[in-house]
Design a binder for this molecule. Structure first.
Ligand code: PEP
Ligand code: MG
Length: 567
């Protein structure tokens, strides 16, 4: 059995399709300039044709975001700077085209790979993919056509390029296993998008199998077995069936109510970072958006996004999610999240420093633009505005006053906004949890941000591995802060949600339900499983469970209690 990284869940018992790209060694040769330029231009044209064709086949199967990779590839192949430098080299040095392509592309790849920004490092993979194709065409070789696969197989390869992955047809390709790569590599992300089981980074594979060998791919455990025994084939065929059944049963819950066996309703929502993510929330049966992290709008830009751009983004989310609620969190930047175009002071403790609502209240010029865009968008759906990192009542009042002020300005200008916008806050600082009953008199709702609440309660930086043992969602101290927040909100008739990672944690859900949480917001892919869990639970029993947990001394005791509760 070979161990790799499970990158996209599923189990397959199938046959090996060995994907081996043509191998060649490129050497410098003296050549006739006109001939090499013609070879280069023909190869670029053939490459562009390939890309167009692969893209056309992928439309409808890949999300827009992934399709954009092919536009990036086309751009590389048309880039005047890139192509110009290759032409220059052929002309100046009278060398063979493939050599010039390799030299120039290596220079660009090296440049992008050394960049800090992940986005640019990804571009290095794009250049590699495109230039490989150009070289193959110059040399008159062929790349295996994955879209022509017409029997059930598992692809085994050193790695899959984005264009390889995009050609995979789910009907026949039952999975893939690669020697290199990680959970966040291009091919892994695409595999999840296409819902093709994948194990990546498994080390040497190609020298361990032959084309057509039988293979078991367990992309739940992250293992690969070549030439399995009959007993193993039966065992894994059953595992594959169980996985498929489970997935189908979850999908049947897409439009089901989120209600316990004794009739207690809660709401399940999704966390999003961009307007495109709404689709995933809806496809997974989310009833709303419980956290829209708007900082991505600011982080993906080269300057502060203007009111119109923000308005368009918020409008798209509200319209697509309507009539479901959308909780938009105002800018949570600063501390560890920097903006290249905004100067932040250097701080000893960025997590305890100038960030989120603190920065926004200090820079109303920035904050007001976002508030206006939100208010204008509010007529397109059900908007709730949420302020991050609130520590004091004064901060909440100031933020609220700015919203009221912008409402007045819009009214004066005759611009419409909804008269039914909730104003709430994240509870992610222990001071706010302790004072929840007072906050609840002024806020319309709370959403508990456990990612930060835990780090601030334990005084342990969430990015510091040395103290990661203190990141304890099940600690009775954290559970008590959650309870204080929920009880404080309920005392004033306000709803209380959670948008930290804990809300989607299968073990925590029964406890949070018992503590009285009204809304759970999580990544879209966790929603259906959460609904399945909740529909099997009794609210009354979970209330008892929560009462017991609150009275325990340690995290371990709480975990033991939860384990005993799993049916
Ligand atoms: C949180 O702190 O729990 C939260 C949801 O916000 P973020 O992870 O964006 O800080
Ligand atoms: Mg937070």
């Amino acid at each position: 059995m070979i161990k790799g990284i499970a990158a996209s869940a599923g189990v397959s018992v199938s046959k090996v399709f060995k994907l081996q790209h043509p191998e060649f060694v490129i050497e410098r040769r003296d050549a006739i300039v006109e001939e090499e330029l013609a070879k280069l231009h023909n190869a670029i044209a053939a490459t562009q044709k390939d890309i167009e064709m692969i893209k056309a086949k992928a439309v409808g199967r890949l999300a827009d975001e992934e399709l954009a990779i092919f536009d990036a590839h086309l751009m590389v192949s048309q880039d005047p700077e890139f192509v110009g430098q290759i032409e220059e080299m052929i002309k100046n040095d009278a060398v063979n085209a493939e050599f010039a392509v390799e030299q120039v592309s290596n220079m660009f790849i090296g440049m992008f790979e050394s960049m800090e920004d992940e986005y640019f490092r990804e571009r290095a993979a794009d250049i590699k993919d495109v230039t490989f194709r150009i070289k193959v065409h110059v040399l008159g070789l062929v790349i295996p056509d994955l879209s022509a696969i017409n029997e059930e197989v598992v692809i085994v390869a050193e790695d899959l390029t984005p264009s390889d992955t995009a050609q995979l047809n789910r009907e026949f390709v039952k999975g893939f296993a690669t020697e290199i790569g990680g959970r966040t590599s291009h091919s892994a992300i695409m595999a999840r998008s296409l819902e093709i089981p994948a194990v990546v980074g498994a080390g040497s594979l190609l020298d361990k199998c032959e084309h057509g060998d039988e293979i078991i791919l367990d992309a739940i455990a992250g293992t690969i077995i070549f030439k399995p025994t009959d007993a193993q084939k039966t065992e894994y065929a059953e595992k594959a069936q169980a996985f498929a059944d489970h997935k189908a049963s979850l999908l049947a819950l897409k439009d089901a109510e989120t209600v316990t066996t004794d009739g207690h309703h809660v709401e399940l929502a999704g966390n999003i970072g961009t307007p495109k993510d709404v689709e995933g929330v809806i496809n997974n049966g989310g009833e709303g958006v419980g956290l829209y992290r708007t900082e991505f709008l600011y982080m993906d830009a080269s300057e502060l996004p203007n009111e119109e751009d923000q308005f368009q983004a918020y409008k798209a989310v509200l319209e697509n999610m309507a009539p479901g609620r959308v909780v938009v969190r105002t800018l949570d930047i600063g501390g560890d999240k920097e903006l290249s175009y905004l100067k932040f002071p250097h701080e000893m403790n960025p997590f305890l420093g100038y960030r989120a609502i603190r920065l926004c209240l200090d820079r109303p010029d920035i904050f007001r633009v976002q508030l206006r865009a939100l208010l204008r968008a509010s007529v397109f759906g059900k908007l709730s505005i949420m302020f991050p990192m609130i520590a004091t009542i004064q901060e909440f009042r100031q933020a609220k006053a700015l919203v009221e002020d912008e409402k007045k300005n819009l009214s004066k200008e005759g611009i419409a906004f909804s008269d039914d916008i909730e104003l709430g806050m994240m509870v992610e600082i222990p001071a706010a949890a302790m004072l929840a009953d007072q906050f609840a008199k002024e806020a319309d709702f709370f959403s508990i941000g456990t990612n930060d609440l835990i780090q601030y309660s334990m005084a342990a930086d969430r990015m510091n591995e040395k103290v990661s043992y203190l990141y304890q969602p099940y600690s009775p101290s954290i559970l008590r802060l959650i309870k204080l927040t929920i009880d404080g909100g309920h005392k004033e008739g306000k709803w209380v949600g959670m948008c930290g990672e804990m809300a989607g944690d299968e073990r925590a859900i029964p406890l949070l339900l018992g503590l009285g949480l009204d809304e759970f917001s999580m990544s879209a892919s966790s929603i259906l499983e959460a609904r399945r869990i909740i529909r099997d639970l009794s609210f009354a029993e979970m209330q008892d469970l929560a009462t017991k947990a609150l009275d325990m001394p340690t995290t371990e005791d709480v975990l033991e209690l939860l384990a005993a509760n799993v049916k």
